[in-house]
Ligand binder design. Structure first.
Ligand SMILES: Cc1cc2nc3c(=O)[nH]c(=O)nc-3n(C[C@H](O)[C@H](O)[C@H](O)COP(=O)(O)O)c2cc1C
Length: 200
């Protein structure tokens, strides 16, 4: 039994995954409402019904927000193609880094860190919050990193509208506490937080 467990652990390590990571299926790249209808409906929502997001929907949302759609290129533009932005996902269970190339969620920390998100009335009932993090040492400039973060935020808004979810961009959060929860380095900076949730 012990040998079997060790073997499973060794295989998981070989593939860079642990039991707490979340395996995402390939994104479904079809569906949703027509784009012009989505533009017409796009808006901020701050009231959510507490519900877990199905994994396939999470997969599609993350891919749309910062995934790869061509060899080494993303669904979102970045200045000089620096691709300096990562997205993290916070749920009630923990914090995860979206590893875009592998299309995989790597667990960074287990537990509930939602307090660091601030505005509990918004975040607590969201299915998840996306945290957009800039690698300042990769970015063409800090200003460009923040501009590019806006593109990710825009994709989240459009995805939400297209698939009947709600979302709001949030610039107010506890920067120091969230930085700690995400185990970021001093070269990384949180630009924006964006809860996504289900509507009544
Ligand atoms: C960069 C940015 C930061 C924002 N920060 C917050 C925030 O901290 N809290 C909040 O409730 N809404 C926040 N918002 C949402 C705006 O208040 C909202 O977009 C605005 O009121 C217009 O409403 P609409 O998105 O429905 O058009 C932010 C929006 C942006 C673009």
């Amino acid at each position: 039994m012990k040998r079997t467990l060790l073997l499973i652990a060794a295989i998981a390590c070989a593939f860079g995954a642990t039991a707490q990571d979340i395996k995402l299926n390939a994104p479904v790249k079809t569906g949703g409402e027509p784009l012009m209808k989505v533009f017409n409906g796009r808006h901020s929502e701050r009231t959510f019904v507490k519900k877990t997001m199905p994994l396939q929907m999470m997969s599609d949302l993350l891919w749309a927000s910062n995934g790869f759609n061509r060899d080494n290129k993303r669904t979102v533009a970045t200045a000089q193609d620096k691709q300096e932005l990562d997205i993290y996902v916070m749920t009630d269970e923990g914090v995860y880094l979206y590893e875009a190339k592998a299309h995989h969620l790597k667990q960074i920390a287990k537990g509930n860190f939602k307090e660091a998100l601030g505005q509990a009335n918004i975040s607590n009932n969201a299915a998840l919050s996306i945290i957009i993090v800039a690698h300042l040492d990769k970015a063409a400039s800090r200003e460009y990193a923040y501009l590019s973060a806006g593109y990710i935020s825009g994709h989240i808004y459009l995805f939400a509208e297209s698939f009947g979810l709600g979302t709001v961009a949030r610039g107010s959060f506890n920067k120091a506490e969230l930085h700690k929860a995400l185990k970021l380095t001093d070269k990384q900076e949180i630009t924006l937080v964006q809860p996504v949730g289900f509507l009544k």
